[in-house]
Design a protein. Sequence first.
Length: 184
Amino acid sequence: MAGYFTRERLLEAVAVICSILYTVLITYEIIWCWSFAIIASILFIYLVYRKKLLAETVLHIFYLLAAVYGWVTWGSADGGSIQSWGIKNNLLVLGCGFLLTGITGFTLKRYSPAALPYVDAFTTVFSILATYMMAHRILENWLYWIVIDSISVFMYARRDLHLGALLYVIYTILAVNGYLQWLR
């Protein structure tokens, strides 16, 4: 049991706690959520890179930049209110997302040692799209997160990041709550 509590596991635990705090705070539109997103992103960049989840590494770099962007956007005078994009725009997001997933997955499979290239590509592409939607307070972002987080449970468990997998179980539950809160 002593070998289980490594530096990597401790960093993973801190990243998970910060990620949960971020998600809970964003659910209630509290701007400080972005500071926890920054900390979690930095830690996950290190962790997923070491596990050779290459698209996921890029995703966490994007999350870091998106957290700064979100903080600035939400802090501006016209930070916006919750909106819906409707069916037409969401079909466009889905079409673009699946096209980019196919291209990214193929590229990862062919040109890199990436583990789970298509799953990794799917969660990465759609996470980028959903994060953009979240920063702009688009209601449907939560529906995307429910799917992304559910798939991420599998991916993280397969790469022996068990606390990360647990985080995505919690994220899935929080995404359902986030959708219900923003729907009000």
